[in-house]
Design a protein around this ligand. Structure first.
Ligand code: N01
Length: 534
């Protein structure tokens, strides 16, 4: 908390998994801190995304903190993939166990962070009128925290209920008997659609681009599996940290190219993995995200599955994507394609018949009116940079981050930005973040930042700042590596294509675990690529 002069060592923006752990580390190291959180409680993405069916796509035994063995031994997960309510309970439990909520002011949004060069201090302002001065400013603002609601004309005239999946009301939404329209078919929609369809009178799904979805095969977590993982947790965590994306499921990847495998054997492999469920489906072959021909063997298999599951061939064709599988984050579902066999569900293809307007009684797409009682926008997020840009962040010379990043984000390691001393971004653009198990990446970033702040304190340095050459080199490297993959080939939020006018730059870094080695090496060399000033 602030001293009597309103000063702290560090401000932390956000009380999601990143902000909570950052607060824990900094407090433990004796730094004074003040956290701010726009929501009314902890949990970040899981606090806001309470839509029906919301569930993690990384298995629960992995999607959890590992910094405390007592915590990971004590917490009992109930399902293979944890649902939002359980993850929210977990976040609350962590906050209570380590007494973290006291560091945060809730229902408080940071609006401005300005660096004063003459005093090496950040001045942070909030929408509740508060002002804090801090030496360090840590943006734990999340990658998918700025909901994107397209600017459809007439949206304010709608007389029914409107909800965004990423800002779901805490009291829930009663769809019973209602005519519901859902816009979007990304991960959020794919999870919500089967649940809403069971409740609604009628559900109309407005699809602009179909998405590949793999069955999650969620279910109760076997007690024996949980026990055996816990018995060996440190070793399992250590193994996973050496896997691409820090995801244990990568252990099932073979060095074989899909096109080099015998077609029958390949089919059996896809069938087995489809049965296992989850990301394992895309782990069969090492070249699926670099070789279009190999990729299409997996994509074609999923299209066949869609054709098998969906009764109406026209609907199945509309649901079948033709882009690269995996170049958008793959969706995991529970009964998604099956839902389109229900009598109360209609799929509307808006790829060439865009939503023209929202009206008091529904919406109009391609000239056709649809009468609705409730509209759900499952239209995603202004990812990775959106939340940072909603804060007026000004570094040296009063230069705004929004200006510096006008052509796309530029960071060094996704941790620091040239011209913005003592500003850290946890899982920022240019780091592996969303291509990994986020909690692992968060812990790695938080530990790196905590070590860095300790190093500066011990040696009497006032500031640390990424240098322009190191940043330029890193940005070029991030782009080069992405360019060797199929990731940039489709209209994903990784590229910013989902937000009109957003610069199209592939934002995450494809390269976990080499990224961790690079961060460690930078630290070991006295923060190479950063300028440290006394
Ligand atoms: O958002 P999305 P999301 N008119 O951007 C459509 C994570 N997540 O919230 O593809 C009509 O993927 C858009 O269409 P198109 C996960 O990382 C994880 O679903 O742009 N439609 C698309 O269909 C995920 O990737 C979990 O043509 C419009 C949809 O809205 C990320 O969050 C669960 C439109 C947006 O899909 C985002 O997922 C949920 C317009 N103007 C989310 N604008 C799990 O852990 C957008 N769309 C499982």
């Amino acid at each position: 908390m602030t001293d009597s002069t309103g000063r702290v060592d560090a401000v932390i923006v956000g009380a999601g998994f990143a902000g909570l752990y950052m607060a824990h580390r900094l407090h433990g190291l004796g730094f004074s801190l003040q956290g701010f959180e726009a929501g009314g409680g902890v949990g970040g993405t899981w606090y806001w995304n309470r839509y029906p069916g919301a569930r993690c796509d990384v298995e629960s035994m992995e999607y959890s903190y590992q910094f405390s063995d007592e915590l990971q031994q004590a917490w009992e997960w109930t399902e293979r993939y944890a649902g939002q309510p359980e993850i929210q309970r977990y976040a609350n439990h962590v906050a209570e166990r380590f007494d973290l909520a006291r560091h945060f002011e809730f229902d408080t949004r940071v609006t401005e962070a300005v660096f004063d060069e003459s005093r090496d201090r950040w001045t942070v302002r909030t929408d509740t009128g508060g002002t804090v001065e801090a030496r360090f400013c840590v943006m734990a603002t999340g990658c998918l925290s700025s909901a994107n609601t397209p600017d459809f004309p007439g949206v304010d005239t709608f007389e029914g209920e409107v909800h965004h999946t990423g800002r779901w009301p805490h009291e829930g939404v009663d769809f019973t008997g209602k005519r519901v329209g859902i816009v979007g078919t990304g991960s959020s929609a794919i999870q919500a659609i089967p649940v809403i369809a069971r409740e609604a009178g009628h559900l109309t799904v407005f699809q602009r681009t179909p998405n590949y979805s793999i069955p999650a095969r969620n279910g109760p977590l076997d007690a024996e599996v949980q026990r055996s993982v816990k018995a060996d947790y440190p070793a399992i965590r250590a193994r996973n940290s050496q896997m691409p994306g820090a995801l244990g499921v990568q252990a099932t990847m073979r060095e074989l190219a899909a096109v080099d495998d015998d077609p029958e054997a390949r089919r059996r492999d896809y069938e087995d993995r489809w049965g296992i469920g989850g990301f394992a489906f895309l782990m069969g072959y090492a070249d699926l995200l670099v070789n279009p021909e190999s990729n299409d063997t997996a994509a074609a298999f999923v299209r066949e599955k869609i054709a098998d599951i969906v009764d109406d061939p026209e609907v199945a064709a509309l649901l079948s994507p033709h882009n690269v599988i995996g170049c958008k984050r793959p969706c995991l579902d529970t009964g998604y394609y099956e839902t389109f066999n229900r009598d109360n569900v209609t799929l509307v293809d808006i790829s060439d018949a865009r939503i023209e307007a929202i009206t008091p009684g529904g919406l109009v797409a391609g000239g056709t009116p649809y009468e609705l009682d409730c509209i759900v926008f499952a239209t995603g997020f202004d990812a990775m940079t959106g939340t940072l840009h909603r804060i007026d962040i000004r570094g040296r010379g009063g230069r705004a981050l929004r200006e510096k990043w006008a052509a796309g984000p530029r960071t060094y390691l996704g941790l620091g930005v040239a011209g913005f001393p003592n500003l850290f971004t946890i899982s920022g653009p240019g780091s592996p973040s969303v291509l990994t198990n986020m909690i692992v990446s968060i812990e790695q970033h938080v530990d790196w930042i905590a070590d860095c702040m300790t190093y500066l304190r011990e040696r009497g340095y006032a500031t640390i700042e990424a240098t322009e050459p190191a940043q330029d080199e890193w940005v070029a490297h991030v782009n080069d590596i992405a360019g060797e993959t199929l990731y940039p080939t489709c209209n994903s939020w990784y590229l910013g294509v989902n937000i009109p006018g957003k610069p199209q730059v592939f934002m995450p870094y494809v390269g976990y675990p080499p990224y961790v080695e690079k961060c460690d090496e930078v630290a070991a060399k006295g923060y190479e690529g950063f300028a440290l000033r006394a």
